[in-house]
Design a binder for this molecule. Structure first.
Ligand SMILES: [Zn+2]
Length: 455
C-alpha cells in the first residue's frame, strides 16, 4: 500500500496525553500509523505521497457505536409519532419488508453517510440480513462490528423475527464463523440481544457465554424506555441492569445502548463490571429522555456516541451528534461543564474504540495504531475562525467540513468524494428503493398539509 505523509496539519492525536501538534505531520505506512507530530527528514523523503494539510485538522476517524443500517431507507417515515406507532406501524413493517438486496443498498447508503460525516468504525445494532450487510461493509472499506437482531420471545413482532432460542444461537454462531475477521480484519462479528422484552434469560446467558468463549462483544438495548423498567420488574423482579447482573451477563464485552432509565445503583453496576455504553442523544431527545451521561463519566464508565437508526434521528451524522451531546446535558443540568468539548471528542474517538473493544488498534493517532483518520477543513463561513481546535471540532464543524477519510491505511474519501463505492449510483437508487419497500410494507403517511398533484 506504500506510505503517505500528511504535513502541516493541526493534529489532534487523542493519544494517552491527548497531545495536539500545530503544523504537525502524520506518516502512514501500509495500514498503520508510523509517526505523529514530527517526522524524521529521511522518513519524510521516503514517503510515496506527500500531502500539504495546511489549515486542516487531522484526527482519529470517529466511532459511531450504534447504527441500524437496516433502517437507512426509513428516514423520515416515523417523525412525530409515539414509540408504539414508531415500532408497530412503521419500523417493524418497514424492516421486515427488506429483501437481501434492499439491505445491501441500505447499508451502502448508510455507509456513505457515515464516511461523509467522519466515521471510520461503526457498531451495527442488528438487522435480519447480516450477510448483505457484511458484503456492503467489505466494499465500503469501513471497520465494523456486525450482529444479528436476536430475539426468542415477545409479542406482535413480524413473522420469523422471534425464533427458538437454540436456533437464534446457532445462527449467531454461523454468522460468526462466516464473518469474524473478514475484510482484512475490518469486520468483527458480535452477538446481538435486542432488548429484555424480546430475549429470554436462557438466550441472554448463552449469548454472553458464547461471546466470552469466542472473545467478542454483545450489543444490547438497555434501560431504553420507562415501560422497559416496568416490564423487567414485573417479569424478572428487577430492573434491567440489576437483572443482567444477577444473570452474570454484565461484563467488559457488553455494550449497553441508550441506558436512559438507570437507577444510581445500576450506574454503579455498569461501572463495577466495566460495561461499555452508547449514548444516542438525538434518539433520546425524540422518545426516551436524558441518559445520566455526566454521572456515568464521573464514575469512569466508557461512554461512546451512537446515532441510532435514520428513523430515530434522521441524521446518521456523528458531527451533529457530537454537537447535540455537548449541548443537551448542559441545558438539563444548567451546568456549562456537564459534558465538555474535550470529553465529547474522547467519547467519539478513544472511548468509542474502547466500547468497540478496539482500543489497542484505533481511536487515537500514535505510532503502531491502525491508520484510521479523517481530515477536516474548517475553511467556510459557518466554521471559521478556529481559535480552539477541540471546541471547534465539537461545536462548530459540520459533516460537510470532513474533507477526507482513511480507514486501515486506505482512502475511503478524498475531497468529499467516496472512493470505495460508486457514490452516484447508490445515491440514484435510494428514493426508488425506499418507495418500493414502503409500498411493500403497506406504510402510508397522512399528509401534513393539503397536497395538490399538479402533474
Ligand atoms: Zn437501536
Amino acid at each position: 500500500m506504500g506510505s503517505t505523509l500528511l504535513r502541516n496539519a493541526t493534529v489532534l492525536s487523542m493519544d494517552a496525553e491527548r497531545r495536539i501538534f500545530e503544523n504537525g505531520d502524520v506518516l502512514i505506512k501500509d495500514d498503520r500509523i508510523a509517526a505523529v507530530g514530527v517526522v524524521e527528514p529521511q522518513d519524510a523523503d521516503a514517503a510515496d505521497e506527500v500531502l500539504d494539510m495546511a489549515g486542516r485538522i487531522v484526527l482519529p476517524g470517529l466511532v459511531n457505536t450504534h447504527v441500524h443500517t437496516s433502517q437507512q431507507l426509513e428516514r423520515g417515515l416515523a417523525d412525530d409519532v409515539d414509540l408504539l406507532t414508531w415500532l408497530h406501524d412503521r419500523t417493524w413493517p418497514f424492516e421486515s419488508a427488506l429483501s437481501e438486496e434492499d439491505q445491501y443498498l441500505s447499508t451502502l447508503a448508510c455507509g456513505c453517510e457515515l464516511i461523509r460525516s467522519g466515521v471510520t468504525t461503526f457498531g451495527e445494532a442488528g438487522g435480519q440480513h447480516v450477510d448483505a450487510t457484511g458484503r456492503a461493509v467489505e466494499e465500503l472499506g469501513l471497520r465494523a462490528n456486525l450482529c444479528l437482531s436476536s430475539m426468542d420471545c415477545g409479542e406482535g413482532l413480524p413473522d420469523g423475527w422471534v425464533r427458538p432460542t437454540q436456533e437464534v444461537l446457532a445462527e449467531q454462531k454461523g454468522l460468526y464463523d462466516r464473518w469474524h475477521g473478514k475484510a482484512d480484519g475490518r469486520i468483527n462479528m458480535w452477538f446481538g440481544l435486542r432488548t429484555i422484552f424480546n430475549c429470554s434469560d436462557e438466550l441472554i446467558v448463552a449469548t454472553k457465554d458464547m461471546a466470552d468463549t469466542l472473545n467478542t462483544g454483545v450489543h444490547m438495548h438497555v434501560a431504553e424506555i420507562l415501560e422497559e423498567v416496568r416490564f423487567a420488574e414485573q417479569t424478572r423482579g428487577a430492573t434491567t441492569v440489576e437483572h443482567l447482573a444477577s444473570l452474570g451477563a454484565l461484563g467488559a464485552n457488553l455494550l449497553a445502548v441508550h441506558h436512559v432509565w438507570l437507577t444510581p445503583k445500576e450506574v454503579d453496576l455498569l461501572a463495577l463490571h466495566n460495561v461499555k455504553t452508547s449514548h444516542n442523544a438525538a434518539a433520546a431527545m425524540r422518545y426516551l429522555g436524558f441518559a445520566p451521561v455526566p454521572e456515568m463519566l464521573r464514575k469512569g464508565i466508557s461512554v461512546s456516541i451512537g446515532t441510532d437508526g435514520a428513523p430515530s434521528n434522521n441524521h446518521m451524522d456523528m458531527m451533529s451528534e457530537m454537537y447535540l451531546v455537548s449541548l443537551i446535558h448542559k441545558g438539563r443540568h444548567l451546568d456549562p461543564y456537564a459534558v465538555t468539548a474535550e470529553r465529547v471528542l474522547e467519547m467519539a474517538t478513544v472511548m468509542g474504540a474502547q466500547c468497540m473493544l478496539m482500543e489497542e488498534s484505533i481511536g487515537s493517532l500514535s505510532a503502531g495504531m491502525k491508520a484510521d483518520l479523517i481530515v477536516v477543513n474548517p475553511c467556510d463561513f459557518g466554521t471559521l475562525p478556529v481559535h480552539d481546535p477541540v471546541s471547534a471540532m465539537v461545536g462548530a464543524m459540520y459533516s460537510a467540513n470532513v474533507e477526507s477519510s482513511m480507514c486501515d491505511g486506505r482512502w475511503l474519501m478524498r475531497d468529499r468524494k467516496v472512493l470505495t463505492v460508486d457514490m452516484e449510483s447508490v445515491l440514484g437508487e435510494i428514493q426508488s428503493r425506499a418507495d418500493t419497500v414502503r409500498k411493500r410494507a403497506g406504510i402510508q403517511l397522512p399528509p401534513r398539509f393539503p397536497v395538490t398533484k399538479v402533474r
